[in-house]
Design a protein around this ligand. Structure first.
Ligand SMILES: [Zn+2]
Ligand SMILES: [Zn+2]
Length: 345
């Protein structure tokens, strides 16, 4: 039996272990993918810490994946060996009403790569062919991997928030998702795009990709500055961090009649006054979870047409043996990290 290396979480709180495991075989409707790039996401830290739970142990982490098709199982249509594809990370039933209406992230049978089933911190993986989306050679594998989460997730969230031409959009948290959220808001027609973060380097990056203003709560009175810039509050505020303070900040910075969309993972409770926060402001509070298959053709096209500037997106590529170092770098927020990517030759 042929084997491959996989970086697996064996117990929460422990570093991933590099283990030799059998290369899986593609069944009917599935492909075998040679992983070329897998992004390291803050969610991986949550799985490692047990803040967000994986459903099997050991498990190969990694859900932001791009690679090359090496083998197609029976009945696979539209893909062939050699195709460059990136993966929608939810393996769904494909048949329920949610799946058939573009809400596949609501599928009750959805299983997530690198959380419920083995993911991309491995040399190969098997996945249903309908999770794989081809992309052109002009997009490097490392950037294509980021399309699947760091781009798709804010795209889904800002689509849910219904950004319209001329809207003022506040992006709270300029990490892997935020840097792309700034650009997506612009593409959707936002007038002002305001980036908020505590890190000056990240705010500089946000400006390089099109933010019209930046707010650093360490230096600025954030609420006052945003109200001045927007004439009362942002039409859309996207929270991408997941801390009670920043969720509260997003709500406070949202304009009358505006929309707050929560993307960051915040299991803690946050106090809301239904009267002051929602009713009086006629404010809409939205959650956005993951993304949908229908987001993929759009974001791949945006990347292929160079509408997205991903030249700052990949901070560094690391080999699989250094995945734990990558996780630690992300945890310690070393360097000016947007995304670290595990790359395979
Ligand atoms: Zn992620
Ligand atoms: Zn389904």
């Amino acid at each position: 039996m042929k084997t491959m290396r996989a970086a697996q979480l064996t117990k929460p709180g422990r570093p991933l272990e590099l283990i030799e495991v059998p290369i899986p075989r593609p069944g009917r409707g599935e492909i075998l993918l040679k992983v070329k790039a897998a992004g390291i996401c803050s969610s991986d830290l949550h799985y490692q810490d047990g803040r967000s739970q994986v459903t099997k142990l050991p498990i190969t982490l990694g859900h932001e994946i791009a690679g090359e098709v090496v083998e197609c199982g029976e009945e696979v249509k539209g893909l062939k060996a050699g195709d460059r594809v990136c993966l929608f990370y939810l393996v769904t039933c494909g048949e329920c009403m949610a799946c058939c209406t573009g809400n596949d992230n609501y599928c009750s049978e959805a299983e997530m790569l690198g959380k419920n089933i083995d993911g991309g911190f491995a040399e190969y993986l098997v996945i249903p062919a309908r999770n794989a989306f081809p992309f052109p050679e002009s997009i490097p594998y490392s950037q294509a991997a980021l399309l699947t989460d760091a781009v798709a997730t804010p795209f889904h969230a800002l689509t849910r928030a219904g950004v319209k031409t001329g809207d003022s959009v506040l992006i709270i948290g300029i990490g892997g998702l935020g840097l792309h959220a700034v650009q997506i808001a612009k593409i959707m027609g936002a007038g002002q795009v305001i980036a908020m973060d505590l890190d000056r380097d990240k705010l500089d990056l946000a400006q390089k990709v099109g933010a019209t203003a930046t707010v650093n709560p360490r230096q600025d009175n954030a609420l006052e500055k945003i109200r001045t810039l927007t004439g009362g509050g942002a039409d859309v505020a996207a929270e991408l961090i997941g801390l009670p303070e920043t969720v509260r900040q997003a709500i406070d910075c949202t304009a009358v009649g505006g929309r707050t969309v929560i993307v960051g993972i915040c299991p803690e409770e946050v106090g809301i006054s239904p009267y002051h926060d929602l009713l009086l402001k006629e404010m809409t509070l939205l959650g956005s979870a993951d993304q949908s298959r229908i987001d993929f053709p759009v974001i791949i096209e945006l990347a292929a047409q160079n509408r997205l500037d991903m030249s700052y997106s990949v901070a560094r590529e690391l080999p699989l043996e250094e995945v734990n170092r990558g996780l630690e770098m992300l945890r310690e927020k070393e360097e000016n990290i947007v995304r670290l990517v595990v790359s395979f030759p």
